[in-house]
Design a protein. Structure first.
Length: 509
C-alpha cells in the first residue's frame, strides 16, 4: 500500500498521487468539476478537464467563498487560495480495485453559507480506519454562489455540485478501493438538509443506496420566497438579482453582501416569517425542477423506497445558539411568547406548548420550540415519511451532554460531529470539550458512532431495530455502554407536531 503504485491512482480525468498516512492512503484536493468562475459562474457544475502527468493530491482545495463564521474562527484551513473550490478528498485503507470497500460520502453543514472539507473537525482518518471503509468528503458552493435564486442561473447550485461529486464517486472510486455500488451519503445540519434534498432529486437517483441525516433542518424555501430574498440581495449589492449582474462582483467579495443582509433579516419578519429570525437567507429552494418538492413529501410518496435511511437529532439542539449568543438563562417572557407564536404549529400553538411543558422556564420553552421546529421534528418526520413511503429507516437521539462550559451546552447542535469523527479538539469540538479533556464516555460514544455508521454503510443495519409508526423504536445515545432502544423519547413534542407537513416556507406578502 505504501509503494509508489499504491499511492498513485488514475481517475477519468488524469492520474493523482496521494500520501501514506498511518495505515491509510489519503488524497486531497482532487477536482471533480471545473472552477465555477467566468462563464461558468452561477451555472451548473461543468465536467473537469483532463490533465497530463500526475497531479499531487496532497493539499485540500480552497474553500468556496463564504462569510467568516464560527468554523472560521475555530481553525478552518484557508489555504491554498484559488478558484478550484469543487474538489473531493479520499481516505482509503488501500487502493486495490478488487477491495470493493463501502464508500461513505460526507456533506458538511454550515447554514448553507459556511463550510469547507479542510476543516480539521472533518478529518476522516479515524472513521476510515475504524470501519475499514473509504471516506470521501466534498466541497460545494454555499451562500449566494450556491443557493440564491437568480435569474439566468439554475436553482440549488450547491446541491448540483453534490450530485456532480457523487457522479465522480460513481465513475472513479473503484480505483481507490471503493465499491460504487455501495455508497452512503452522510451529513449534519445543512449537510443533512442536503442529504434529504438528494433523496428527493431525480438527478441523484442511483448515485447512493444509503443515507445518514444528522439533525435535518426543516427550512426549505418556496420559489416565491427565494426570489424575494434574491431581490434584497441585489439591493444590498446595488445590482439586479441576476447571474449576469452579480457576476461583476468578485466571488470573494460577494459573501459580504449576504452577511450584511443576514444582520438585518428581522426587518423582513412580515414578508419572510419564520426565516427572518434564522439569520441565514439561504436554504434549498423547492423550484419544481432541481428540487421538485420537499423531502418529506417526496419520501412519503416513495422516492426513497430503494434507499436505506438513518436519521436522528440531538436532544438540546438549539442550546448551542443560545450559548454562542450569550443568551443562556437570559430569555425574557416576552421573547418566549414571540418565539412560540412564530414557531409553534397551528393557530393555538403557544397555548399547546405551555400546557405540554407547564414547568418550563422562559429559556427552556424558547429553546424547546426552536429545537423542535428547526431540527428535531424535521429529523423524526423524515424517518416517518420514509416508512410511510415503503422505505426502511432507523432513528436515533443523542442525549449525552457536552462537558464544555460546565455541562451547560447539553446535547447541543453539532456535538455529533466530534463524536463521530473523533476530532474532539477541532472546530466546534474546541468549545464542546473546552478545558475538560476527553471523558471515557465520549470515547465510548465515538466507538459506538463509528461502529453504527460504518456498519450501516456496510449492511444497512446500524445495530438497532428499524423505525415503524407503531413502536417508533429509537436508539438513545447517552454514553451508557448498554444499548438503550425505546419508543421515541420526545413524544410530547411529536404529538404537538403531529400532522404538520413541513411545507416549503412561503412569502407572506
Amino acid at each position: 500500500m505504501t509503494s509508489a503504485e499504491g499511492l498513485e491512482v488514475r481517475t477519468a480525468a488524469g492520474a493523482v498521487r496521494g500520501r501514506a498516512e498511518d495505515g491509510l492512503v489519503v488524497f486531497r484536493g482532487i477536482p471533480f468539476a471545473e472552477p465555477p468562475v467566468g462563464e461558468a459562474r452561477f451555472q451548473a457544475p461543468r465536467p473537469v478537464r483532463s490533465w497530463e502527468g500526475t497531479r499531487e493530491a496532497y493539499a485540500f482545495g480552497p474553500p468556496p467563498p463564504q462569510e467568516a463564521g464560527f468554523q472560521g474562527r475555530a481553525g478552518v484551513v484557508e489555504t491554498p487560495t484559488g478558484d478550484d473550490w469543487l474538489t473531493v478528498n479520499v481516505w482509503t485503507p488501500g487502493t486495490d480495485p478488487a477491495a470493493r470497500r463501502p464508500v461513505m460520502v460526507w456533506i458538511y453543514g454550515g447554514a448553507y453559507k459556511l463550510g469547507h472539507t479542510g476543516s480539521p473537525g472533518y478529518d476522516a482518518q479515524h472513521l476510515a480506519r475504524a470501519g475499514d471503509v473509504v471516506v470521501v468528503t466534498l466541497n460545494y458552493r454555499v451562500g449566494i454562489e450556491g443557493f440564491a435564486l437568480l435569474e439566468g442561473a439554475p436553482a440549488n447550485r450547491g446541491l448540483l455540485d453534490q450530485v456532480a461529486a457523487l457522479e465522480w464517486v460513481r465513475d472513479n472510486i473503484t480505483a481507490f478501493g471503493g465499491d460504487p455500488g455501495q455508497v452512503t451519503v452522510f451529513g449534519e445540519s445543512a449537510g443533512a438538509g442536503s442529504v434529504a434534498s438528494l433523496l428527493a432529486m431525480e438527478s441523484a437517483r442511483g448515485l447512493f443506496g444509503r443515507a445518514v441525516a444528522q439533525s435535518v433542518p426543516g427550512t426549505y424555501f418556496s420559489a416565491e420566497l427565494a426570489r424575494d430574498i434574491a431581490v434584497e440581495i441585489g439591493k444590498e449589492a446595488g445590482l439586479a438579482p441576476t447571474a449576469a449582474a452579480l457576476s461583476a462582483v468578485d466571488p470573494r467579495e460577494l459573501p459580504a453582501v449576504g452577511e450584511r443582509l443576514s444582520l438585518r433579516m428581522r426587518e423582513y419578519d412580515d414578508r419572510w416569517g419564520q426565516v427572518a429570525p434564522t439569520v441565514t437567507p439561504f436554504s434549498p429552494v423547492v423550484d419544481g425542477e432541481v428540487l421538485p418538492c420537499t423531502p418529506w413529501e417526496a419520501l412519503a410518496a416513495g422516492a426513497g423506497r430503494d434507499v436505506e435511511l438513518l436519521a436522528g437529532h440531538n436532544r438540546d439542539e438549539y442550546r448551542l445558539f443560545l450559548a454562542l449568543g450569550d443568551q443562556l438563562g437570559r430569555i425574557t417572557e416576552e421573547q418566549t411568547a414571540a418565539a412560540l407564536r412564530m414557531f409553534a404549529p397551528g393557530p393555538d400553538g403557544e397555548r399547546a406548548y405551555r400546557e405540554a411543558f407547564p414547568d418550563a422556564t422562559p429559556t427552556e420553552l424558547y429553546e424547546r420550540v426552536q429545537t423542535d421546529w428547526l431540527f428535531n421534528m424535521p429529523s423524526q418526520r423524515l424517518a416517518e415519511a420514509q416508512v410511510a413511503g415503503g422505505g426502511r429507516a432507523h432513528l436515533y437521539e443523542l442525549t449525552w451532554p457536552a462537558p464544555g462550559l460546565g455541562g451547560a451546552l447539553g446535547a447541543c447542535h453539532g456535538l455529533d460531529i466530534p463524536l463521530l469523527f473523533g476530532t474532539y479538539d477541532a472546530d466546534l469540538g474546541a468549545l464542546l470539550f473546552a478545558g475538560t479533556g476527553v471523558p471515557d464516555e465520549a470515547r465510548a460514544l465515538t466507538a459506538l458512532f463509528q461502529s453504527a455508521w460504518t456498519g450501516f454503510a456496510r449492511t444497512g443495519d446500524p445495530g438497532w431495530p428499524a423505525y415503524d409508526a407503531e413502536g417508533r423504536l429509537t436508539r438513545v445515545l447517552d454514553g451508557a455502554v448498554a444499548a438503550e432502544v425505546r419508543p421515541y423519547p420526545e413524544e410530547v413534542s411529536r404529538r404537538l407536531w403531529e400532522g404538520y407537513e413541513f411545507p416549503a416556507l412561503p412569502l407572506l406578502k
